[in-house]
Design a protein around this ligand. Structure first.
Ligand code: ADP
Ligand code: MG
Length: 627
């Protein structure tokens, strides 16, 4: 028997490990299963290159909980360790056998999937155990050994009688960690961290019903057998080549990842790159529910098929964090702070790569099946519009597939839209006027008026649309956006034949003064307009600029924070050719006031602006008038 001192400079490193090394105690199991996996993959590699002359077989890693004995066992059939190797790999804290292996076999083993890195994983066992045992037998022809350490730097190492190859780690669970002796807890951890690890992991058994034989008698009773309960899928979809996978496979994997999601994803994007960094994964565009806050199914980050985190902030561009799926990359430095991550060049490259892949995929979906893309538009637009605003690289590419839908269900790209508008929809300065509505019901009368004149009206209803419009106008000099209720249509779009006014200039002057004494000045600016005599006599509009500023101050961004509350300001457009305008002009004072108030209320009503007390008074007054 050998005894000795674990080779660390700090006198007692264990309390440190327990407190500081990992903030999350539960990751001990991930680390130990990772080591078991590494041991198995190393053996696989050594047999494949002929260096280990043993049968590889079909090794399984087993996790067992012994609640009574307060122990957890992790057993593998990997390459094992000789006594000498235990001294070297285990007793030297912070010496990584994984790194050494990769260095030694760097020509052949770089795709072997070895996980270990820092040489600290093993000691995470002491976060939950007061004593740890290793019983291990190397694939080499050497005796098995038994290592015991009780959490002090002292350990013991003696021969053992284990005859089969591999390693068993035994954790004597400490008093403060007995939660890990519960089967459901271990099962939960295995599902969280190890669900897609590359070597089968057994946890207990389950009963399986045998298939009914062809020649089964009438009174056949289904037979059951106990089989190993394998908790993982060792070859998840993202580790395969896109050419091996069908649409159905991607969907199936989505449900494997998120068992509680019943909705199908809209489409998937397979990520696969090995230079200048290594990254694989599959991203999904989900059908987003309206409550974006409650987003529990997030993108999961893996390293060599080991789950690391579902906080991908800084790695995935922000606008894509609404997506789902997995990213697997050994090249993302994870032991550093998030702010450092964002500044890290390699990580920036990864984020740019993901942006580019997503844009390329969207473009190909658009060109391959435009109709289908249009149908999905409503479910994806918020992500894309946000991407255009927040990610210049995405904005550059977005022109090729971002769509602008009309109120009647047509879809244009920006270029198509420009072409369509060129002949018919320009303003006084010759700029193209993009008419749009944000709410089909609320702006119905304005939409109808514009459509009567043969104009296209877009339906732009996402919450961030005012920011997007602002940006598009900034980048397209000859383009201006105007909401249909922003002004009278004939003022928004330049008409050659000016309406002949029925009123003289003097009469107009008088009418304007009359109106201004009755209509509240702080809210309404009176505008006289000679329109078709059949057009509505009073129309309330909200100037585009004021409304957009107000919206932008509400949705934030664009430097609009802290600008206070914008007051509501409207235009009251009065059609001087209407009969009502003539009547107002001729009426006596009290009649006039009644006419103007009633007409203003009607205009407000058609815009959903008449509420509460005002509405009650209006209804009462209207009944008076018809009785
Ligand atoms: P890392 O995995 O980063 O190399 P660890 O602290 O997790 O560091 O493990 C240290 C070393 O101990 C491993 O590199 C490996 O050589 C050895 N080791 C740990 N667990 C096993 C095991 N189950 N079978 C064989 N060797 C192991
Ligand atoms: Mg390790």
């Amino acid at each position: 028997m050998t005894t000795g001192k674990i080779n660390v400079s700090v006198e007692n490193i264990f309390p440190l490990i327990k407190k500081f090394l990992y903030s999350d105690h539960e990751i001990f199991l991930r680390e130990l299963v990772s080591n078991a996996t590494d041991a198995t993959l190393k053996l696989k590699h050594l047999t494949s290159i002929g260096e280990a002359k043993v049968e590889y077989g079909s090794p399984v890693i087993e996790v067992k909980v012994d609640k009574e004995g307060k122990k957890i066992h992790i057993i593998d059939q990997g390459l094992g360790m000789t006594g000498e190797e235990v001294e070297k790999y285990i007793n030297q804290v912070a010496f990584s056998g994984a790194e050494e292996f990769l260095e030694k076999y760097k020509d052949t083993a770089k795709d072997s999937g070895i996980i270990g890195h820092f040489g600290l994983g093993f000691y995470s066992a002491f976060m939950v155990a007061e004593k740890v045992e290793i019983i291990t037998k190397s694939y080499k022809d050497e005796p098995a050994v038994h290592w015991i350490c009780d959490g002090s730097p002292e350990f013991s190492l003696e021969p053992a009688d284990k005859t089969d190859r591999g390693t068993e780690i035994i954790l004597h669970v400490a008093e403060d960690s007995t939660e890990f002796l519960e089967e459901y807890r271990i099962s939960e951890l295995l599902k969280k961290y190890n669900k897609f690890m590359p070597v089968p992991i057994k946890f207990g058994t389950r009963t399986e019903t045998l298939a009914k034989p062809e020649d089964a008698p009438e009174d056949y009773v289904a037979e059951t057998v106990e089989v190993d309960n394998i908790i993982n899928n060792p070859s998840p979809a993202w580790t395969k080549q896109p050419s091996e996978l069908e649409d159905e496979d991607y969907k199936a994997f989505y449900h494997e990842l998120y068992p509680t999601q019943f909705e199908e994803p809209l489409f998937s994007i397979h990520l696969n790159v090995d230079y200048p960094f290594n990254l694989t994964g599959i991203l999904y565009f989900p059908k987003l529910s309206s409550d974006l806050q409650v987003q529990k199914d997030k993108i999961q980050l893996y390293q060599n098929q080991v789950f690391v985190t579902d906080n991908v902030e800084g790695i995935v561009p922000e606008f894509l964090t609404m997506l789902r799926g997995v990213i697997d990359s050994p090249d993302i430095p994870l032991n550093v702070s998030r702010s450092y991550l964002q500044a890290d060049g390699a990580v920036k490259k990864i984020s740019n790569y993901i942006t580019r892949k997503v844009a390329d995929k969207l473009k190909s979906l658009f060109t391959e099946n435009r109709e289908d893309f249009e149908q999905k538009w409503n479910d994806i637009k918020i992500v894309l519009e946000y991407g255009m605003l927040s990610e210049p690289k995405f904005y550059e590419k977005a022109g090729a597939f971002v769509l602008y839908p009309t109120v009647d269900g047509k879809f244009f790209t920006l270029d198509e839209l420009k072409e369509k508008l060129a002949a018919t929809q320009t303003d006084k300065d010759g700029k193209l006027v993009v008419l749009y509505a944000s709410n089909k019901d609320a702006q119905h009368s304005f939409i109808a008026t514009a459509q009567d004149k043969g104009y296209e009206v877009l339906l732009l209803d996402s919450p961030i649309v005012s920011h997007l419009i602002q940006k598009l106008e900034g980048d397209n000099e000859n383009l201006t956006f105007a909401r249909v209720d922003g002004d009278h249509i004939d003022r928004l779009i330049n008409k050659d034949e000016a309406q002949l006014s029925k009123l003289s200039d003097d009469e107009k002057e008088t009418l304007k003064t009359q109106l201004e004494t009755i209509v509240p000045k702080q809210t309404y600016t009176v505008q006289l307009e000679a329109m078709d005599s059949q057009a509505a006599p009073f129309i309330i509009t909200q100037p585009e600029f004021m409304r957009r500023m107000k919206e932008m101050s509400q949705t934030g961004g664009g430097g609009m924070f802290g600008m206070g509350n914008f007051p509501d300001m409207y235009n009251l457009v009065v059609n001087t050719n209407s009969e009502l305008a003539g009547n107002i002009l001729k009426a006596d004072d009290s009649q006039r006031e009644a006419l103007v108030k009633q007409a203003l209320d009607l205009a407000k009503l058609s815009q959903n602006l008449l509420k509460g007390e005002e509405l009650t008074a209006f209804v009462k007054r209207s009944f008076e008038m018809i009785k």
